[in-house]
Write a protein that binds this ligand. Structure first.
Ligand SMILES: N[C@@H]1[C@@H](O)[C@H](O)[C@@H](COP(=O)(O)O)O[C@@H]1O
Length: 260
């Protein structure tokens, strides 16, 4: 079972996860962090930045992003390459040559998935993968129906995801129709998955992912197939979990020697 941690607010969730990541980096400086875009992981990055300001050395940390839009120029402010640079690489002071984002260039898109898989394999994989979840249950950009064994590849975004992400663009029509995303099979190869979700808009997706059947119709339910998963949610996002009292009890009675 995944460990479900119900926190008072996103900031506490960010602190908890960042403290764990910082400890891992201190133990092994060449740590590989799987980074995600979206608003959900921002409190983790903010807390990690405080760790860096307090002296955490991240010069050997590698980072791999989950996904990218197809067809946006690299320097478009909403390309995930730009978002990761602005929200992760620069504030944390990561070495940009160690930060990787799938290549969404249309001209070479046909081989981009294979190239990204090869890069991940050459790096030895991801140690800890941060995940948000879409309101439709997607992880990365694996929309409902994505194969649970999928590798990095091109996907067509759903109308729901395009509507959700329209807030980042001047108009809804500007949201790209296609993306390249690590597959669910790729994500499941990371050593530790940390899925975060905040707000009641995520309550159904969280309930489906944690307690629903494992199904390609709710890609987030893939976490049930992984041996080491931590789900960090606030009360509103946890509100549709049937066993939340049990999760709280488990967390409160966790042996002191067990980390995240
Ligand atoms: N591709 C990203 C996902 O990786 C992210 O987890 C999700 C939720 O975003 P947010 O955290 O802003 O709710 O939507 C985006 O479309």
């Amino acid at each position: 079972m995944a460990e479900i941690v119900i926190v008072d607010n996103p900031e506490d969730g960010g602190e908890l996860v960042a403290r764990h990541i910082a400890a891992q980096i201190r133990a092994r400086p060449e740590f590989t962090l799987g980074v995600a875009t979206g608003s959900t992981p921002l409190p983790v990055y903010a807390a990690l930045r405080r760790e860096c300001d307090a002296g955490l050395d991240v010069s050997s940390v590698n980072a791999f992003a989950l996904d990218e839009y197809v067809g946006l120029p690299d320097d478009h402010p909403e390309s995930y390459r730009s978002v990761i640079r602005r929200e992760v690489t620069e504030p944390l002071g990561l070495d940009p040559t160690r930060v990787h984002v799938p290549d969404g260039d249309e001209a070479t898109i046909e081989t981009a998935g294979e190239r990204y898989e090869a890069l991940l394999a050459a790096n030895g994989g991801v140690d800890l993968q941060l995940l948000g979840i879409g309101t439709d249950g997607h992880v990365g950009f694996n929309e409902p129906g994505s194969s649970l064994a999928s590798a990095t590849r091109i996907k067509t975004l759903t109308a729901q995801t395009r509507a959700d992400n329209a807030r980042f663009f001047d108009s809804p029509e500007q949201v790209p129709t296609h993306c390249i995303t690590q597959g669910i099979g790729t994500i499941l190869r990371a050593d530790h998955l940390v899925l975060l979700a905040f707000g009641d808009g995520k309550a159904d997706a969280v309930a489906g992912a944690v307690e629903g059947p494992v199904t390609a119709s709710v890609p987030g339910s893939c976490i049930q197939l992984h041996r080491h998963v931590t789900v960090v949610v606030d009360e509103p996002a946890a509100s549709r979990l049937e066993r939340s009292d049990y999760y709280r009890w488990v967390y409160e009675n966790k042996p002191h020697w067990q980390g995240l």
